[in-house]
Ligand binder design. Structure first.
Ligand code: NAP
Ligand code: GDD
Length: 339
């Protein structure tokens, strides 16, 4: 039985890769950091099948000990301070966890299990103010947030340990991926959660920032298959993962609210723009300055040709299906809560 260690198992991707590895018959260890209250919601359904072990990306010895004790064959480093706006408020912490945390993991592997295979969760946020469209493995980085800068460090240190110490270390440059398990601070889930709440009359208006930002949104369940595939190759290599299709936040709002039974008409411009329900005339969405970022990433679009060709990977869930799945998930939750 192969052993895997997942950091960030309590997060969206960690929970999906844990599902996948259990299905494949792995012995699954998940690293969890100490919190004042447990946050195991996303892994509740597999709680008895995974082994939760304590550790923190900020604490070198905890990582060393884990790898020494477990001797994992595969390590998925999904833990990070992953919310972009927080990275401006806590840039040093973000650098420590999201950037230097990767070096701590790699150092632990180098000393304790140098033949383990290592997956690093890199991000399209590294492309930031993009220098070409679409973005591939060859596109230079231009990060626009402390988070993006920290991820660029994490990417290059992964490549460096592969080249310096011959560690099987790969970097998956993943574009935005979402699911019903997505954190509610990210824009997609914020929208689907609000659409459901408004439907049940427990919220009136959703406030958002930049409606023109475009993202290449895919489904997390599809993307974790790719993480696993990257570690099954003979040669360690880096891949861009995305759908090759981008949509604006405004389009996401339109579709999400449509799935919740509303039809939005847009009115006004810039900070005065409103999303109005055609039937009732109520304002369902308004723009608020507080959700704009100091430096925005306007348009991300993946060129996943290398992953398609070399790994035979293709996403299975379309944009429309993804939005529908997320809205349905939130509607079901509020249905139960309001019964
Ligand atoms: P997420 O839901 O925010 O989960 C982040 C995980 O990291 C949580 O389990 C969190 O634990 C853990 N964590 C944070 N700081 C830690 C620390 N100091 N030590 C140990 N664990 C820590 O993120 P996600 O969406 O699943 O993303 C997974 C990874 O992929 C992240 O590295 C993210 O930056 C990257 N990524 C995500 C996307 C995307 O669109 N989802 C795209 C590209 C790259 P707690 O539960 O204790 O907070
Ligand atoms: N969160 C949020 N909240 N974003 C908003 C809002 C709002 O109210 N209004 C507009 N947006 C815009 C943001 O300005 C951004 O351009 C876009 O929606 C997406 O924001 P997020 O969903 O927060 O994701 P992100 O693209 O910043 O970062 C996510 O994807 C990265 C990969 O590109 C995160 O998952 C990162 O961890 C990941 O690396």
């Amino acid at each position: 039985m192969k052993k895997s260690l997942i950091t960030g198992i309590t997060g969206q991707d960690g929970s999906y890769i844990a599902d996948l590895l259990l299905e494949k018959g792995y012995d699954v260890y998940g690293m969890v950091r100490r919190n004042s209250t447990e946050n195991f919601e996303r892994i509740e359904h597999i709680r008895d099948s995974v082994k939760l072990v304590p550790g923190d990306l900020l604490d070198q010895m905890s990582l060393m000990k884990l790898i020494r004790d477990i001797q994992p064959d595969e390590i998925y480093n999904l833990a990070a301070q992953s919310f972009v706006p927080t990275s401006w408020n806590q840039p040093v912490f973000t650098g420590e966890a999201t950037g230097i945390g990767v070096t701590r993991m790699l150092e632990s592997i180098r000393y304790e299990k140098p033949d383990a295979k290592f997956y690093q969760a890199s991000s399209s946020e590294m492309f930031g103010k993009v220098v070409e469209m679409p973005q591939s493995e060859k596109t230079p980085f231009y990060p626009r947030s402390p988070y993006g800068v920290a991820k660029a460090y994490g990417h290059f240190i992964t490549v460096n340990y592969r080249e310096s110490y011959d560690i099987f270390a790969v970097s998956g440059i993943l574009f935005n991926h979402e699911s019903p398990r997505r954190g509610k601070e990210f824009v997609t889930r914020k929208i689907t959660d609000a659409a459901a709440r408004i439907k049940f009359g427990i919220m009136d208006t959703l406030e958002l920032g930049n409606l023109d930002a475009k993202r290449d949104w895919g489904y997390a369940g599809d993307y974790v298959r790719m993480m696993w595939l990257m570690l099954q190759q003979d040669k360690a290599d880096d891949y861009v993962i995305g759908t090759g299709e981008a949509h604006s936040v405004r389009e996401f709002v339109d579709l999400a609210f449509k799935n919740a039974g509303f039809e939005i008409r847009w009115n006004g411009e810039d900070l005065n723009e409103r999303g109005i329900d055609k039937k009732s005339g109520k304002t369902l969405v308004k723009v608020s300055k507080k959700f704009f970022r100091p430096a925005e990433v306007n348009h991300l679009l993946a060129n996943p040709a290398k992953a398609y060709e070399k790994l035979g990977w293709q996403p299975e869930v379309s944009f429309d299906k993804l939005v529908q799945m997320m809205v349905d998930g939130d509607i079901k939750r509020y249905e139960k809560l309001t019964k």
